[in-house]
Design a protein around this ligand. Structure first.
Ligand code: M6R
Length: 621
């Protein structure tokens, strides 16, 4: 939550761009992380100047257009998801203290802010905002006064702060540098020629450089135009890990679509294809280079626990069906925020798979730490390079979905299912549960999916007109069995988060145990129908479930594969998807549900990419 950007370069009047341009561009790209207020501060001619505004980055831009900033080569900026203090101009970042000389932006929560605040008040400090960030800024200013050195002051300040934070600070008396610190909150450094960058993730500076450095927890960095110096909080020199950024700037643009969500739905064939790429060695065996965990260890595991939140957790539920079927290893899926509080049984024989698009979800990160403390090995399946979860896991397997900007996750879901399937097949091959030709046959099924996903996307008109006709619905139910169950949950989540519509996903078999009481005349019910060519009984039971709700007045919207005629008699609407093996169906059946939610939200005039109260990456617990 919250997006942070920093820029430092060398001054010349005829430069193509200045700090304001870089910081504003970075904020626009990071806005998905939080969008209730935004601000920036730059240095010019011996002083800092800043603008900040409640609302989206566009409000800040309007403010700057009305009150322009000077050309500068040092600046920091922030786009906020409020924690302490509601969204308002005064609570927006940067928080500027020390008579206008020190500006601070912050992501995270300073947990002991109340105690620090009262000690600063005792020293005569008068606070103007409700934020913990202003407290951090005041502490930093106080320490700067004592030390006369921003890096030193930041080191000492961080030793006083509890909680999770990324902090960026600039001081008018040291105008050639940004000092930044992190603990359990994201920060990446971008390396340029005669200029350097800081961002919550690489999209903060993706327009300017492809070279980046990961920074560990409890480290501080002093960034000038020519140098990046990392230390720990005691001042001991530290190395960051360099990497090349794979994403390009165009991948983080809407590319002609009305919203990022729509664009990302269209990216899905490529997301699945790219996630599958390069996984087979020259002998034709499935090989995952990134998995640096000893084979003997992977052979000895007796339990898998998938930890994740939201959409990623639903991808985990889908994966469970496949992994248990292929590997015969008991597999649990647990919401990351519940995991460590229930004292889970985890040991050296447990493999934990942490699924996260952003790689920064705090709940998942904490669960990863807990699992490793208990002796488990952790494999992170993530989409974002340089993020905390893959960095702290024992091994990482990257999905190659490209940047996902819309708050509602779409392509990451399909890419996560694909990556967990690759992992499941790899384990099955390694442990001898499947023969090479069986693995190859399933890989072929997976390789056929991008084209089939494209077919579903090409048929979007049916779903679009359905969405328009249903925009006034007050509640929508989703039913599925087997892998169709997590798909139903995902369909309901999409509708809740972007169309603000009450929606529930149920295991179709659970219907008669209670939820069917919700069904009355005109209730829209989506039903995900498994392939009739899969387990016969499964298909027949779902067809019965459609009949049951239809008999009670529901409007049934049936997602069924081509050629499945059994559903026709009971469906008010049918959305056809290409034929595919049972375990592959989630990659297809989810797509119309994503399109449906997107189009209902659009029809209601909502901001599809930035739904209320949410942020893309949830970096607080
Ligand atoms: O970045 P992560 O995959 O860890 O994020 C997990 C959830 O916060 C995320 O999937 C969330 O549920 C989405 N907004 C759903 O569309």
């Amino acid at each position: 939550m919250c997006g942070i950007v920093g820029y430092v370069g060398r001054f010349s009047e005829n430069r193509e761009y200045f700090a304001e341009d870089v910081v504003l561009e970075g904020l626009r790209r990071l806005e998905y992380r939080g969008y209730d207020s935004a601000g920036l501060a730059v240095y010019f001619d011996g002083q800092l100047q800043w603008r900040k505004k409640a609302g989206k980055v566009a409000e800040l831009e309007a403010e700057i257009a009305a009150r322009p900033l000077p050309n500068s080569v040092l600046g920091i900026g922030h786009t906020r998801w409020a924690t302490h203090g509601g969204p308002s101009d005064i609570n927006s970042h940067p928080h500027v203290v020390a008579g206008g000389k020190l500006a601070v932006v912050h992501n995270g929560i300073i947990e002991n802010f109340a105690e620090l605040k009262s000690s600063m008040q005792d020293k005569g400090y008068h606070f103007v905002s409700d934020t913990d960030t202003e407290v951090a800024a005041a502490v930093l200013a106080d320490l700067f006064e004592q030390t006369g050195e921003l890096t030193l002051a930041m080191r000492k300040a961080c030793q006083l702060f509890d909680g999770a934070f990324t902090l960026l600070a600039i001081h008018a008396d040291q105008p050639d540098q940004i000092v930044a610190a992190r603990r359990d909150s994201p920060l990446v450094i971008g390396l340029g020629e005669g200029e350097n960058f800081l961002g919550s993730d690489v999209s903060g500076f993706i327009d300017y450089t492809k070279k980046a450095v990961e920074m560990d927890n409890d480290h501080i960095v002093t960034v000038t135009a020519d140098e990046v110096v990392i230390t720990d909080y005691d001042g001991n020199p530290q190395e960051g890990k360099r990497f090349d950024i794979e994403w390009d700037a165009a991948a983080a643009e809407k590319g002609g679509f009305a919203s990022f969500m729509e664009k990302e739905i269209h990216d899905q064939p490529a997301a699945v294809r790219d996630t599958l790429m390069g996984r087979v060695d020259e002998k034709g065996n499935l090989a995952i280079d990134e998995l640096r965990i000893e084979e003997s260890l992977l052979k000895s595991i007796d339990k898998i626990i998938v930890i994740a939140c939201g959409t990623a957790a639903y991808a985990g539920h889908v994966a469970r069906y496949a992994i248990e079927h292929w590997c015969r290893i008991p597999t649990e899926v647990e919401l990351a925020h519940e995991f460590r509080y229930r004292d889970p049984i985890v040991n050296e024989k447990t493999l934990v798979v942490a699924l996260s698009q952003s790689g920064e979800t705090m709940d998942t990160l904490m669960a990863v730490r807990h699992a490793r403390q208990q002796g488990a090995k952790v494999i992170a399946i993530c989409n974002t390079q340089g993020a905390s979860i893959p960095r702290e896991a024992d091994a990482a397997l990257y999905t190659h979905a490209g940047p996902e900007i819309a708050v509602a996750s779409t392509k990451a879901f399909l890419a996560q299912i694909t990556a967990t399937y690759v992992l499941g097949l790899y384990l099955a091959q390694l442990r001898g549960n499947m023969f090479a030709d069986e693995v190859e046959a399933i890989l072929d099924d997976l390789r056929a999916m991008p084209e089939k996903v494209q077919t579903v996307i090409d048929g979007k008109e049916t779903v679009t007109s359905l969405a328009k006709s249903m925009q006034d619905a007050t509640s929508v139910l989703f039913l599925g069995r087997h892998v169709g169950f997590p798909v139903a949950l995902e369909g309901a989540l999409k509708l809740k988060e972007i169309a603000y519509l009450h929606a529930e996903g149920f295991a179709a078999g659970e219907l008669k145990h209670g939820p069917i009481a919700l069904v009355e005349e005109g209730q829209p019910v989506f039903v995900i129908v498994p392939s009739p060519r899969g387990r016969d009984s499964l298909h027949a039971k779902v067809v019965s479930n459609i009949q049951e709700v239809r008999a009670r007045g529901a409007i049934t919207i049936v997602i069924a594969e081509e050629g499945d005629e059994a559903v026709e008699a009971y469906a008010n609407h049918i959305i056809r998807i290409p034929q595919a093996p049972t375990l592959m169906q989630p990659l297809l059946a989810t797509v119309p549900l994503q399109i449906f939610a997107c189009k209902v939200a659009e029809a209601k005039g909502y901001d599809v990419d930035q739904p209320r109260n949410l942020a893309k990456s949830v970096t607080v617990e």
